[in-house]
Design a protein around this ligand. Structure first.
Ligand code: PGA
Length: 251
């Protein structure tokens, strides 16, 4: 029996200002009251240091992207050591918005994940099919291919976490059905066991895409759903805390 502690991670995307750090303060109190759940918030880069200074241990603060290289002529980019120095302990890589907007490939995502894991960061690698791919019945093939290309072989010092986020469910209010999530998460579990052996049992697999207070409990009850990656509903404590509570109740 493999016990995987649930992880509820918020992705603020390009939202948030110093004024919203108060939300992280309230989220931190809820996280301290739910020791059986790991809670994380990934604000924009500009808020990493003030957020990390404010929350201390109960909430992991993370970045939404990193560069694969340690330093150099890469205007506008941020290395994993810079992210760590800001006080962050995790990073999201390969989000579908970056795969689409910044044309990131599986190979790019794998190099970023490798750098982040080597630096000891908890690293969430995102995968997920588009609406067209699902309509064509290709979702399992697409996600398996993304996993093969995006996950580094050497998981090194950090912790690898996978987030399954169907692109058509992100920010749309459409959530995958429990049956679809069950099928996909089981497929991801087999794929990481094939790849990493027994250690594949301990890799946490999150669901993401329109997770809200009113659907979280149902999703957390699905086998191999080890938490959630939450966009819109992570921006306020009012919406995010009930998701943490649902994870605590499901644990
Ligand atoms: P959403 O975003 O919860 O707003 O759908 C999820 C994500 O992109 O991580």
């Amino acid at each position: 029996m493999h016990v995987r502690k649930k992880l509820v991670a918020g992705n603020w995307k390009m939202n948030g200002s110093r004024g919203q750090l108060a939300q992280i303060g309230s989220i931190s109190k809820a996280a301290a009251a739910a020791p059986n759940v790991d809670v994380a918030i990934c604000p924009p880069f500009t808020l990493l240091a003030p957020a990390a200074d404010q929350v201390g241990d109960p909430v992991l603060i993370g970045a939404q992207d990193c560069h694969a290289r340690a330093s150099g002529a890469h205007t506008g980019c941020t290395s994993v050591s810079m992210i760590k120095e800001a006080g962050a302990r995790m990073v999201i890589v390969g989000h579908s918005e970056r795969r689409a907007d910044q044309h990131e490939t599986d190979e790019d995502v794998r190099a970023k994940a490798q750098a982040a894991l080597e630096a000891g960061l908890l690293t969430i690698v995102c995968v997920g099919e588009t609406a067209d791919e699902r309509e064509a019945g290709r979702q399992l093939e697409v996600v398996t291919r993304q996993l093969r290309g995006s996950l580094p072989d050497d998981r090194s010092a950090g912790e690898l976490v996978i987030a399954y986020e169907p692109v058509w469910a992100i920010g749309t209010g459409k959530v995958a059905t429990p049956a679809d999530v069950k099928e996909m998460h089981a497929a991801i579990r087999s794929s990481v066991i094939d790849r990493f052996g027994d250690e594949g049992h301990s890799i946490r697999i999150l669901y993401g895409g329109s997770v809200k207070a009113d659907n979280a409990a149902e999703l957390f009850a699905v086998p191999h759903v080890d938490g959630a990656l939450v966009g819109g509903a992570s921006l306020t404590a009012e919406q995010f805390v009930p998701i943490i509570d649902a994870a605590a109740a499901a644990s």
